[in-house]
Design a protein around this ligand. Sequence first.
Ligand code: F3S
Length: 366
Amino acid sequence: MYLTREEERVLNGENGWANQVCMKILVRLGELFGAKKLIPIDSAHVSGVSYKTLGDAPIEFLKALADNRAKVKVRSTINPQGSDREYLNKKLDPNINKKQTLIVKQFKRMGFAQSLTCTPYYLEKPARGSHLAWAESSAVVYANSILNAWTNREGGPSALAAAVTGKTPDYGIHRQENRQPQILVEVKTKLGNETEYGALGAFLGKLLADKIPIIKGLDGAPENCLKQLSAAIASTGMTSMFYTEDSRWKTNKLEKITIEKRDIEKTIEDLTTASTSQPDLVFLGCPHCSAEEIKKIAQQTRGKQVKNNTELWVCTSPCVKNKTREHVSIIEKSGGHVLAGVCTVVSWTEKLGIKTIMTNSAKTAY
Ligand code: F3S
């Protein structure tokens, strides 16, 4: 892979161990995927922030990077953690909280924004055509498909390395020739809500593997539904993006598949694994809620009360929670909890005695 003089210096360790190790990760990755060079990125987003999924060894690595003065070179954000200060911390083992705080602290020392969200695009929308290194698959598909930004599906370490170097290897979705649609999907049924869009994503993800589809029949789909589709398609398969209109492409030579009502119904049925109709937890906010969604949930909970023995969790970013205080207080008055910066999927629900979860998210169910 071609490296500039400056990149070579970093690789040789002239800018210290932390920068060297990050450059090594990117160069190795670039070589594996046949990249010819590194390209600058506008932003990085790192996943793998919950102590539940990380465990102890990566904490040492993050600490070593921060101790050796690793600093982000572009706007860099992080995924949600496994608990929050206001609600879950009080219920969990103090050792878990200590470790979780230690992880987030290392990111802060490196200059990461304390975004704690899988929807970083609600905080700052990337520019159309900009190159990113994002590691949350739901956000990757959303960024490529809805925002027309360009990012591969990074892993946590490669997104971290990209944040510290401000660069990423030029391969995959960063190249126009790899953004061509390969299959035409015709949705023959009207999708009624975000769960059905999620089910479409879960169904397609498995079917497509890593192929890029044009999905026809999504005209007028609301933003939150496209977000659910993005999250689900990424969770059951390796697709990095989809198109919602076909006018730019010659589609007559593409393989075609059609989606019928029964495909959506069967997917929802398969994702429904509960043996009881009484949930311990009703969970909304995978991916994290937008301000608009918080407002809608507030409208639906106003003046009502969450049932005894049931929890209602609504997950969003600290930023969106701050901006929607008025709606948050309506949800909280009803007995619900608006958790800022938490991902329920990587939190310790089993330690809280939660066995049955009801959700509108196909990704969570999967
Ligand atoms: Fe976000 Fe967690 Fe769902 S990171 S997309 S809430 S699994």
